[in-house]
Design a protein around this ligand. Structure first.
Ligand SMILES: Cc1ncc(C[n+]2csc(CCOP(=O)(O)OP(=O)(O)O)c2C)c(N)n1
Ligand SMILES: [Mg+2]
Length: 612
């Protein structure tokens, strides 16, 4: 068939499917895109030619910002357990480099997304083109090379003939649970429009079977021996539990063997919050229950976790524990010198049979008591006369049963991790691998596209909102309804507190105009975020106390259009961190509080373990 490279690419993508557990679904649900001279005549023309409406082979979606469209695609993929995602087409230059942050977020969170940035002419016939980076040392470097380190697969299609092999490699990585992340095919603008003869079988319906690797028998035996030697085991459930659909199996294992389950940010919701096995959130943003258990556990069973510093309290949390790591990626299974059970989480949990082994009943009982204690802490934090952030979260939590909460950065992820009550795995969507300000609204759109039956509650700080709110317009375009709770606390509450703790005096963390002293300590800014949200096409409600906020929530839930609740909160209210986080403090300073902070830092650092 004679087609342009772009037409061939579009036709191919529309025919790709995934299959897991006998269920087939489209791998590439559609294509987000912002057009410029680097893709309009190539991918743009190809999408237009095939129709590009919602009923066409590869539906087209217009976003407002390239970074945001990657967030939307990634949130979609996360909600669909990595079995389906989107492609994202951009122009060359700034359109392409705007993808970098989204790509890093995808790769770090192990979530698939296909990026199709335009690239400068392969022929170079036109000379230096608009938006081209000129590298005096080499003519084959372009700005798209920024995407290499943040992509799990990167290729540049300099000749049409290169496309089929690149596409096959791209699909393999997108559908491989162990390797997935951002996949980038850089497409020189001339090659996109160039025609070639393609074999028809390139466009045949193709199914990518998403593997559920089973554990090696010898590794299983080693794992069983480890379990049977343990009296105080603790499961750390990460995002892999959810992606594998292993939540029920995890719970069954935990119940049968009396093992408490702690959850990372990505794993939160794997176990219903009020289940007797639930120990709650673990790590720096964890509950007192999970943190106490982590300190005393003799065995940590990590399932689908990357062990980030928030989870491990920067490697100070797990006292003398050994690690048994179930992970589909050997890279993650090997962490903390753990015994590696490289397998799909569900397969591993089904195969892992330590017989009648049970945790010490006193340990299981203590875990339950600690977890009940934390429920009382949550009740207290959620109750209050003023609209503190925890009170606000409690009201959203009550309204959101069955819905999804979406968040990413600021002070909310910590409060959410510690306090939020999730009844099922789909209810909690906090992007904390990259903790990217600006993910929230774009991500919420992706969640809603993937799960239209659920009410989606986007929680966004004023800082995050000001970074990337424009996808409200995209939600309006798509007729997608979001409930956006915009938490206005006058700047960066999270970094403000951290700044104070490390002796940086809250510099640059409040939204203030430049005052008479020359510092940013003048009047609050004249910004009006409620007006801003309305201007983007949302209905807007405002609240500054618990009563009006509850009413606004009721209205927003009943509404059919995207509704932004602009909520002004007062500081305080939440429980403190239960475990450490390593943020270095200045080693020398003329200020006594900084020297004191450094002393505390040095003391905490002594607990940092090297896992060998
Ligand atoms: C893109 C990006 N830039 C910077 C940061 C560092 N950072 C983390 S939280 C934060 C402030 C967030 O402010 P806001 O959204 O208002 O939340 P709050 O801290 O007030 O809860 C900053 C600057 C980040 N996570 N992401
Ligand atoms: Mg803020």
């Amino acid at each position: 068939m004679r087609l342009t490279t772009a037409q061939a690419l579009v036709r191919f993508l529309a025919a790709q499917w995934t299959e897991r557990d006998g269920v087939e679904q489209r791998l590439i649900e559609g294509c987000f895109g912002i057009f410029g001279h680097g893709n309009v005549a190539g991918i743009g023309q190809a999408l237009a030619e095939q129709g590009a409406g919602l009923d066409d082979a590869l539906p087209y979606y217009l976003a407002r910002n390239e970074q945001a469209m990657v967030h939307t695609a990634v949130a979609y993929a996360r909600t669909r357990d990595r079995l389906a995602t989107f492609a994202c087409t951009t122009s060359i230059g700034p359109g392409a480099t705007n993808l970098v942050t989204g790509a890093a977020l995808a790769t770090i969170n192990r979530l698939p997304v296909l990026l199709l940035p335009g690239d400068v002419f392969a022929t170079r016939a036109a000379g230096t083109v608009l938006q081209e980076l000129e590298d005096p040392r080499s003519h084959d470097v372009t700005v798209n090379d920024c995407l290499r380190p943040v992509s799990r697969f990167f290729d540049r299609i300099d000749r049409p003939e290169q496309l089929p092999a690149a596409l096959m490699a791209a699909m393999r990585v997108l559908s491989d649970p162990a390797e997935t992340g951002a996949v980038t095919l850089a497409l020189p603008q001339d090659v996109q429009a160039e025609a070639a003869d393609w074999p028809e079988e390139l466009f045949a319906r193709r199914v990518w079977h998403v593997a559920r690797p089973v554990p090696e028998p010898a590794a299983l035996e080693r794992a069983v021996r480890m379990l049977r030697a343990s009296r105080r085991p603790l499961i750390v459930a990460g995002g892999g539990v959810k992606y594998s659909g292993a939540c029920a199996d995890l719970l069954e294992f935990a119940v049968r063997h009396g093992v408490p389950v702690a959850e990372t940010q990505a794993g939160k919701g794997a176990v219903p919050y009020d289940h007797p096995c639930a120990a709650g959130a673990i790590g720096h943003t964890g509950t007192a229950a999970a943190v106490a258990l982590a300190r005393d556990a003799d065995l940590v069973i990590g399932v689908g976790t990357r062990y980030t510093d928030f989870t491990t309290a920067s490697r100070t949390l797990f006292g003398g524990a050994r690690f048994l790591n179930v992970n589909v990626a050997a890279f993650d299974a090997a962490k903390h010198a753990g015994e590696m059970l490289v397998a799909d989480a569900r397969q591993a949990l089904r195969a892992l049979d330590p017989g009648d082994w049970c945790a010490d009943p006193a340990w299981t009982g203590r875990a339950q008591e600690l977890a009940r204690g934390w429920q009382r802490v949550t009740d207290t934090a959620y109750a209050g006369q003023e609209l503190t952030q925890p009170v606000l979260l409690g009201l959203v939590n009550a309204a959101a049963r069955g819905g999804v909460v979406v968040n990413a950065a600021g002070s909310m992820p910590g409060d959410l991790h510690r306090l939020w009550r999730a009844d099922d795995p789909g209810q909690y969507h906090v992007e904390y691998g990259y903790s990217c300000m600006g993910y929230e609204i774009a991500g919420g759109l992706g969640v809603k596209l993937a799960a239209p039956e659920r009410e989606v509650f986007v929680l966004v700080g004023d800082g995050s909102y000001l970074m990337m709110a424009q996808e409200i317009a995209t939600a309006a375009q798509e007729g997608v309804k979001l409930v956006v709770v915009l938490v206005d606390n006058g700047g960066f509450a999270s970094i403000g507190a951290l700044s104070e703790a490390v002796g940086a005096a809250r510099l640059g963390t409040a939204y203030r105009s430049r005052g008479g002293s020359g510092h940013l300590d003048g009047d609050p800014l004249p910004t009006d975020l409620a007006l801003n949200a309305a201007s983007l096409g949302a209905d807007v409600l405002t609240a500054a106390d618990p009563g009006s906020f509850r009413q606004a929530l009721e209205k927003a839930v009943a509404a059919t259009r995207t509704t932004v609740i602009h909520a002004t909160t007062v500081p305080g209210g939440g429980p403190a961190a239960q475990a450490w986080w390593d943020v270095p403090v200045a080693e020398v300073s003329g200020l006594a509080p900084v020297r004191a902070a450094r002393e505390r830092y040095a003391a905490a650092k002594r607990d940092q373990r090297l896992y060998l």
